[in-house]
Design a protein around this ligand. Sequence first.
Ligand SMILES: Cc1cc2nc3c(=O)[nH]c(=O)nc-3n(C[C@H](O)[C@H](O)[C@H](O)COP(=O)(O)O)c2cc1C
Length: 370
Amino acid sequence: MAFSSTPSLGNTPDLIRFAYWVPNVSGGLVVSKIEQRTSWDIDYNRKLAQIAERSGFDYALSQIRFTAGYGADSQHEPVAFSHALLAATERLKVIAAILPGPWNPAVAAKQLATIDQLTGGRVAINIVSGWFKGEFTAIGEPWLEHDERYRRSEEFIRALKGIWTQDNFSFSGDFYRFHDYTLRPKPLGLPHPEIFQGGSSRAARDMAARVSDWYFTNGSTLEGIKAQVDDVRAKAAKEGRHVKIGVNAFIIARETEAEARAVLDEIIAKADPEAVNAFGDAAKQAGKASPEGEGNWAKSTFEDLVQYNDGFKTNLIGTPQQIAERIVALKEIGVDLVLSAFLHFQEEVEYFGKHVLPLVREIEASRKAA
Ligand SMILES: Cc1cc2nc3c(=O)[nH]c(=O)nc-3n(C[C@H](O)[C@H](O)[C@H](O)COP(=O)(O)O)c2cc1C
């Protein structure tokens, strides 16, 4: 049986899509001592995945950490965890994060092909190039400088695509080599499981244009996101390709704007300064390490870093109506997917599905008619 590469998206490719961050890491998605009714355990996450697919979410993204210096002291491995979520759901696609270096493409291609076979073509992959040197040192993995990490990731992706789509695959790169290799069975998802990647630097954008299906970036202002969308799209067009764009946002939807702003203020007021600053030091080094200095976090303030992928900057904070309008504004500058995080995941994913998503669909329909 053949599946389309996006089985959950049906016949409506013009609608903006939603993903949520899988909390497979302890401590929630903000580095703050505010109460977070979010748990990283599997029972909580299975139920969350079921709520999300019922609420209109198409994707869930799991995270990879071997260590994390910002208080997330326990974390489940994302490929195994993603499989458990796929087994508990029927429609949701789960994107498993993978870090080239610790993973090699032969193992990743085989692991993902098996999960894809077992779950009706619903697994996808997020290639993260790495930003935390301490993590690589801790597991004895050589640390490459910024652009070299992307050169390795690009080879990783080219190898994955080759293994997944060709028989007798041969490849001779600086990092990986394959000789007449045939993977059986191949994945069901056609032409192969979707390939996402994270990052904001020039190297990240160049790599997306050449090889990735999706470009995931940190939260930012509408202008900041537009600059990235335009750059990735222009570069991809030169390669004869189209790359889809996903943007991170920490969503706080409340009945009044004042209530939503008060929640943000409390998150910041209760931020854990030691943990945020430790993360900030590592992340800023990573951001500045890109030769042009435009990497993730290069310009992040203390407040931004309390959500570790700059999710407040996207400003999906307010009433359902305000948030829905801002989501459609993102769509209008070319964003295909909003990657969301919440304070109390189960409750707020459900609230989003009931109160925000229908407004997004209404505004989309009225703009289309107009
Ligand atoms: C949406 C998104 C998800 C990411 N997930 C992870 C992750 O799970 N683990 C990780 O170590 N890095 C993750 N990253 C970090 C990136 O892969 C990359 O290493 C980092 O953004 C540095 O990019 P830069 O080249 O822009 O400096 C993620 C980034 C984004 C935007």
